[in-house]
Design a protein around this ligand. Sequence first.
Ligand SMILES: *[C@@H]1O[C@H](CO)[C@@H](O)[C@H](O)[C@H]1NC(C)=O
Ligand SMILES: *[C@@H]1O[C@H](CO)[C@@H](O)[C@H](O)[C@H]1NC(C)=O
Ligand SMILES: *[C@@H]1O[C@H](CO)[C@@H](O)[C@H](O)[C@H]1NC(C)=O
Ligand SMILES: *[C@@H]1O[C@H](CO)[C@@H](O)[C@H](O)[C@H]1NC(C)=O
Ligand SMILES: *[C@@H]1O[C@H](CO)[C@@H](O)[C@H](O)[C@H]1NC(C)=O
Ligand SMILES: *[C@@H]1O[C@H](CO)[C@@H](O)[C@H](O)[C@H]1NC(C)=O
Length: 751
Amino acid sequence: MEAGVERAEQKRQVLFLCVFLLGVSWAGAEPLRYFVAEETERGTFLTNFANDLGLGVEELSARGPRIVSDQSIRFLLLNPLTGDIILNEKLDREELCGPTDPCVLPFQLLMEKPFKIYRAELWVRDINDHSPVFLDGEIPLKILESTTPGEVFLLERAQDSDVGVNSLRNYTISPNAYFHINVHESGEGTIYPELVLDKTLDREEVPELNLTLTALDGGSPPRSGTALVRILVLDINDNAPKFVQSLYKVQVPENNPVGSLIVAVSANDLDTGSNGEIAYAFFYATERILKTFQINSTSGDLHLRIQLDYEAIQTYTLTIQAKDGGGLSGKCTVAVQVTDINDNPPELLLSSFTNPVAENAPETVAAIFRIRDRDSGNNGKMICFLQEDLPFILKPSVENFYTLVTGKPLDREWNAEYNVTIVVTDLGSPRLKTEHTIRVQVSDVNDNAPTFAQTSYTLLIRENNNPAVHMGTVSATDRDSGTNAQVTYSLLPSHDQHLEALVRVVVVDDNDNSPFVLYPLQNISTPCTELVPREAEAGYLVTKVVAVDSDSGQNAWLSYQLLKATEPGLFSVWAHNGEVRTARLLSVRDVAKHRLVVLVKDNGEPPMSSTITLHVVLVDGFSQPYLPLPEVAPNETQSDSLTVYLFIALTSVSSLFLASILLFITVHLCRRNKSVPVSRCSVPEGHFSDHLVDFSGTGTLSQSYQYKVCLTEGSRASEFKFLKPIIPSLPPKSTERELKENLSFQNNLDF
Ligand SMILES: *[C@@H]1O[C@H](CO)[C@@H](O)[C@H](O)[C@H]1NC(C)=O
Ligand SMILES: *[C@@H]1O[C@H](CO)[C@@H](O)[C@H](O)[C@H]1NC(C)=O
Ligand SMILES: *[C@@H]1O[C@H](CO)[C@@H](O)[C@H](O)[C@H]1NC(C)=O
Ligand SMILES: *[C@@H]1O[C@H](CO)[C@@H](O)[C@H](O)[C@H]1NC(C)=O
Ligand SMILES: *[C@@H]1O[C@H](CO)[C@@H](O)[C@H](O)[C@H]1NC(C)=O
Ligand SMILES: *[C@@H]1O[C@H](CO)[C@@H](O)[C@H](O)[C@H]1NC(C)=O
């Protein structure tokens, strides 16, 4: 059964190979040629040898045929019974012959009986069983982007084991914009590809290009092999750094801290490597910019180096350069706008200042000033006002000038100095303010008359003072100042219209006068003798001792007492009025002559006193006026002097009366003058007439009373002689010596 299948197979093969056997020549001259395609399956029938030699099958097998060859392998098998030759092995032309073409395998057919050799050849034909192959699947290529078009790059060639038409015929490259392939033939028919640049490369656009190189053989169908051409475009520094923005606008508040980031500029460079490494720097920066800003050369961060001040500089324009490693550069501009912050308080600049300001003057400019705020916008708008309610007003003028004027006339005496505080605030947020105090002094105008501390002064001075004794002080003040307040004092007549203050000097009485006995008169040679009728009742008024004291007040308050009497108890003296009265009924036993010593004493401290001696004669039948005769008859000369005394006394009384009348009239006239009190009349020109006495009513004896006494009491004409000195010129001082004299005088008159 197996043999049946084999036979069928053999028949098909023979059909296939018959074409190749046409050229087989007869053995002897030309070798027999057999053609077989490589890779033909093993066992394929090649030919029938008996037929090829023209022998019968039996004859051939009888002769013992055999195939011999030089090859180590037995690629053909001869069936000795039939004479069929079949392929013993699959043949690989490339293995058997390599590039040699044609591939001929010679062999011999050997016959033993009779011995004969036939030459034969097996021609192995190539089939396209190999594809072109590149040794390396990847062909790296580095091409500078600056390479000009037309440049040629050699590529590795591919290899194809097939020969003839099946060998490598063409190269193609995958479609691309930059390259095409040129195929060239070298010697021995090998072809190689060349890559030709058509268009300038741009690394920044296409940094890397993968192309497929295809090698094609001439087989039908053709076979191909590919390789990857990896083109790396090499950078050249053909790109300058480019800033993301050509202009950076930033607004920076002026109070941004030192070191803070202002802006980060950024530039790009399409190149690679150092060609793409960017360093940032200022481009021709001014000193001012270098001082203010700092740029990080690697990051492009712009930092603040110092504090900004809007008031000094509002804008900065910086040019920043970015430079790559290849030396190309780009620029950008940074416009820094400093924004205002209310960091400046308003200022007040005093332009002129009038000090002092005159009082009583109408609206006067005290100061001219200007206000300013270095901030802008609302931060720089200002309002200006006075802090306190003072008699000043602020008047705005142009260009932020203001004048401080007085709102009303000032009165230095009311307020000599004003601290005018001017407040200036801006309208920023928060508001800043400035206070400025102007010390306005008010100058004096002599608008105030001096005034005395009191409208009237009463100065006390003791009498008998030494000259130039300090009596007291009057003082006047003037509310003005300086020379306007220098006060001079002068004494003016009391009726002067410019009087201001009245000075009343009260002379205080000193008990320097002893009581002066007016009646009875003492120092006359004839002592006073009173006649008392013996039948007089008790309490009979014998006489009245009349005394005055030039002092006043207590010092003039007199009291009387009986100091000594011839017969004590017969007479009594009334202490207050000096009346001498009989104390009891007189009797005949009483002696006729009595001598009474009456002491008149004032109430001063120490008291001063006078004594007076009275002679009383008791008479019987006291009906006729009786002129007692003194015991010692006055001699001629005495009676002469009595007449003289009488005359003097009369004239004195008359003149005194007249003087009193005049005085009375004067007093009345003065009282009528309402504005001037009565007492002022006694103060003419600051000195006093020495004849004036106190008649303020405090004295013990008024003028009228004295007159009354003198005029009514009198019982006899002789009394007038004692009344002469009603107001006698008093001795300046009643001394003790005088008192003694008086006493001695009285003793002289003793009975
Ligand atoms: C090689 O291939 C290209 C493109 O396929 C073709 O244009 C060219 O004629 C071919 N060259 C040969 C020699 O066959
Ligand atoms: C080119 O081919 C290589 C290798 O396969 C690959 O790594 C690379 O990414 C490819 N490049 C491009 C641009 O496709
Ligand atoms: C500049 O910036 C870089 C990156 O931010 C930083 O590392 C470097 O310290 C900075 N240089 C200076 C001087 O600040
Ligand atoms: C004004 O201010 C000055 C200085 O501070 C002060 O000595 C003076 O007493 C003040 N005057 C008034 C009227 O307040
Ligand atoms: C009385 O004495 C005084 C002085 O003691 C004297 O001035 C006066 O004249 C005398 N009078 C008579 C009348 O002698
Ligand atoms: C009269 O007075 C004179 C002088 O005073 C005296 O000398 C004379 O003695 C007196 N005569 C008589 C009589 O006393």
